[in-house]
Design a protein around this ligand. Sequence first.
Ligand code: SAM
Ligand code: SF4
Length: 325
Amino acid sequence: MDDVFQRNINYLRISVTDRCNLRCVYCMPEEGVNLIEHKEILSHEEIIKVIKSAVMVGIRKIRFTGGEPLLRKGITSLIAGVNEIPEIDDIALTTNGILLPKMVLELKEAGLKRINISLDTLVPEKFYRITRGGSLAKVWLGIESALDAGFEPVKINTVVIRGFNDDEVYDFAELAAKMPLNVRFIELMPIGVSDLMDWTGFVATAELLERLLARYNLVPEKVAGNGPAKSYRIPDAPGTIGFISPISNHFCALCNRLRLTSEGQLRPCLQSPLEIDLKTPLRSGATPEELAEVIRFAINSKPEKHNMEQTGWKGNRRIMTQIGG
Ligand code: SAM
Ligand code: SF4
């Protein structure tokens, strides 16, 4: 359905867990995260109910995220359940890739169509540092397993942070030059409560593009399902290079999404703290139509745009793993 700003909202991002096996410094604090109790998290049956009501208001695409969605027990059967809902034509996953090698085939069989893997550096020691203990080799196996399983293309999400990985943009571009990977550079967003981040880490897309254009002839390209990313291809390269610029180039006018947190709150905008409680009606016997009405209300509550530029990292806001990145 269209929201009050005439945007067609057809995409629901669902956080299936707030837990993660990594601790990326821009996403989660090292410790002291209050994990949500199991009983507060929506069950598979509840998630399927929500999706069935969401299709009544025009949702056609689902993405599972978190936290780390592959940590959610039974994620494969959840995906298989969503795959049986005829109106849903796209099921995607955003993952850190660590658990992919052992799960990728069953995920594909269950009906998963697309995978985005987050990878911020190609240097093992830096990966260890940014994720507070993660293994780049494991993620790399995850990327290879996704390619081997026939996911095409596999998208790589790279948050660019000044002084950390802004010296690796050419190395990431080379990945897209050699492999069928859609590398997407993402601007760092002031979401969450990390003490380690501030605006000094921010790198605007324009700066990256200028540096890449100095070396490559980038041809603009439309990439299916690439949402707000602006994409380019180095001529004849198997992969593409994209830019997601939530700060320097507000794409809010094109926003087509709604988020569902793992505890059943609808979140009309990633940045705005507004949440609409879906869990209470869900657990008190609301009919599918009544749930659809709550979802409709959430869609109509979407703000015209975010104002992240004016906000900082501090403050008592939810962290990314709680919202569902
Ligand atoms: N654990 C999975 C993963 O890392 O792909 C899924 C959840 S994670 C929160 C989803 C995406 O959000 C990742 O690509 C991550 O890099 C991105 N992200 C988290 N915090 C961010 C921030 N402050 N700014 C920009 N992107 C962020
Ligand atoms: Fe975990 Fe993903 Fe956040 Fe990293 S970005 S801490 S992998 S949820």
